[in-house]
Design a protein around this ligand. Structure first.
Ligand SMILES: O=C(O)CCC(=O)C(=O)O
Ligand SMILES: [Fe+2]
Length: 344
């Protein structure tokens, strides 16, 4: 990734102001999960409403496992491209290695390795509403580093516990019962990703990940100490960096929660800036509902004063329609939740 490849060049309005990249800002809430439960629900609710982002500490997931998985991720990406290509993603295997990720049709300055939490995972065969066929999707695992699969699976199960804990807190913070959202995840379509951002010779033109919103209920992200993740502040549109905190996880709301909450919690826009010196790793856990889940604002939340802003849609069809553009670069915009918005 040495020369200036036009595929990576962001349109001028998306280019980052490099001089401000690493400025630290403490505004994004840091929530201690060992706090008194009532207080915790209030803090989570406040953070979800204001930012859609927060960091958690004292979360219960073992830090030793996170350290091991970060080391293994580095070992995997340090291999020659031919080794990584042995597990490359294709139309049959949407999980695996990939270095051609695009966000809004501009190439991201990164490589990824993806795996399903549940193996196999089931998704609709096509986005067509009448097509009832399902695809059975399985993971691909590299031969090296040794024990990679077991480590990834152990890590995923630990983060899953944390994701359920957060789901409960979010549910309570919306005035719903603690287990109100759980049923949507029995046959979840969750996947985990290793993001590897190599140093970039033109960080003022390219992005590690272009501006986007995550699709699912929530994302649980581990990042290393380099920094680069930025959130667009709702009040003024400024890009605010997320400070790396050792052993914390970064949590953000996704589109599904935006719909469930009838826009009380908005799925926040975020991006990743790169730098000329340091490589960076991050590991998001995208907590996605089951393919058969039907999503709409909760009846407990909508009323005459606050009518439903979305019509019901199927999660599986939504995800498949979104992913289709990963393979065929499309000129039309990806499907978004606002396409299900009820016009006022
Ligand atoms: O690398 C990061 O910090 C965030 C990556 C991200 O937003 C994503 O993979 O969806
Ligand atoms: Fe993201």
């Amino acid at each position: 990734m040495g020369d200036v490849d036009p595929a990576f060049i962001q349109p001028p309005e998306f280019r980052p102001k490099v001089q401000n990249n690493m400025e630290i800002d403490d505004e994004i809430p840091v929530i201690d999960l060992s706090t008194d439960p009532k207080q915790l629900v209030l803090e989570v609710g406040h953070a979800c409403q204001k930012w859609g982002f927060f960091q958690v500490i004292n979360h219960g997931a073992p830090s030793e496992l996170k350290a091991r998985i970060e080391k293994a991720a580095k070992e995997f990406f340090d291999q020659p491209i031919e080794e990584k290509q042995k597990v490359k993603r294709d139309e049959v295997h949407p999980m695996g290695y990939h270095d051609q990720e695009h966000t809004k049709n501009v190439r991201d300055w990164k490589e990824v390795f993806d795996f399903w939490l549940q193996d196999p995972t089931f998704l609709p065969a096509s986005p067509e509403p009448d097509d009832k066929e399902l695809r059975r999707l399985t993971n691909q695992w590299p031969e090296y580093p040794l024990g990679f699969r077991e480590l990834c699976e152990d890590y995923a199960r630990e983060v899953e516990k944390l994701a359920y804990k957060l789901l409960e807190l979010i549910s309570l913070s919306l005035g719903l019962s603690a287990d109100r959202l759980q049923g949507y995840f029995k046959e979840q379509t969750t996947f985990l990703r290793f993001n590897y951002y190599p140093p970039c010779p033109y960080p003022e033109l390219a992005l590690g990940v272009g501006p986007h919103k995550d699709g699912g209920a929530l994302t649980v992200l581990a990042q290393d100490d380099v920094g680069g993740l930025q959130i667009r502040r709702k009040s003024d549109g400024e890009w605010i960096p997320v400070k790396p905190i050792p052993d914390a996880y970064i949590i953000n709301i996704g589109d599904a929660t935006q719909v469930w909450s009838n826009d009380k919690y908005e799925s926040p826009e975020h991006r990743v800036v790169v730098n000329t010196e340091k490589e960076r790793f991050s590991i998001p856990f995208f907590f996605f509902p089951a393919h058969h889940a039907m999503l709409k604002p909760f009846d407990e939340i909508v009323n005459e004063q606050n009518p439903a802003r979305y019509r019901e849609f199927n999660w599986g069809k939504f995800v498949v329609a979104r992913n289709r553009s990963d393979y065929k670069k499309q000129n039309v915009e990806n499907i978004q939740i606002r396409h299900f918005r009820v016009v006022d």
